[in-house]
Design a binder for this molecule. Sequence first.
Ligand SMILES: Cc1ncc(COP(=O)(O)O)c(C=O)c1O
Length: 392
Amino acid sequence: MTTPPLLQARAERIVEEDVSFRTKMLEIAAGQQDVIAMGRGDPDFHTPSHIVEAAKRAIDANEHHYTHPAGLPDLRAAIADTLAKGYDLSYNVDEIIVTAGVQESIMLCMLALIDPGDEALITSPRFTTYDTAVHLCGGRAVPVPTYERDDFALMPSEIEARITERSKVLVLVSPNNPTGAVTPPNVIREIAALALQHDLIVISDEIYAELIYPGSEHLSIGSLPGMKDRTIVLNGFSKSHAMTGWRIGYLAAPEPFVRLVTEPRHTLSINTCTISQHAALAALTGPQEPVEQMLVAYAERRRVMMEAMDAMGLTYGHPGGAFYLYTNISASGMPAPDFCEALLREAQVMVFPGELFGDDSGHYIRFSYLQPLERIHEALARMSVFVEKLRI
Ligand SMILES: Cc1ncc(COP(=O)(O)O)c(C=O)c1O
């Protein structure tokens, strides 16, 4: 068979990703009744109503036009204020770019930083968008493994062991997806020292930083002495404000870098949807109770999930943040992809294996607790029967 012209013309940077497992799971689920989906990272809560109302008002007020490519000045001012009050970070309006989700910020960062052959160290298991973005720029993604014994916190020694002459970027994701791991402040300080010593640029993905549970503490690496100059902070609204579909997030970095990437950002999409920017402004300046209420609900679900895993005899990395539980199913004797497929077929509970997060150990599955509590109880009851059967 001849290769079609469009595929023949394919640029070398494009490689076909293997999405067959995800597709297979979705196909199995489509043929089943009453599946409880605990795989996706999309909150089950709706966007708080005052945010939705602000968007409606923006539409009615004819806010239908382009904005500055970096975003509405008022929104950028509100972001700067939030970063100062919540994270001890000092940025002004000219040091922020509003993007279509953190996702677009990730691509923008890699476009700006990665030359062919450059290496990006990435907290792993990981959100694999980072791999794709680095590859698209001709770079090499270097996973830095984290381990259950450390509750999946990123360890400076693991970073150091992988630093080469080509290491340029360190992607720090805390709390992390898929593990929920919060890298503790004292470790963040050591990582900052490493970045300074080895001249690394840090991309600090803090999209889950509003979702921290008692006992854990978030420290934004860019707030440490000497770090602002070499750090890009990424954050957004998708997770904290249940705003995944609005496609809005941002990056914060020193002004010369922001100036440098504003034109490429203009080339990608001119500006983030104007209506969404008005919604995000309301998210930051309006009442914060809805965010707090969601966090209370997640905390309760997390407690229930951990208790159930303990009862099933399954271990996990203690998640200090986010809304994930990264569970070790090696006691089942099944590789994680097989476990997930069997759990879906036999118990109608959908979760994803660590393999989808760059973890080929075969030992882990990621739960997201983004279902109402009664559905979570139901999923756990079904899973417990499933696990019991495996042990026989
Ligand atoms: C670590 C991490 N970064 C970025 C994103 C993308 O988020 P957004 O919806 O803001 O593009 C996700 C989404 O799951 C994520 O887990």
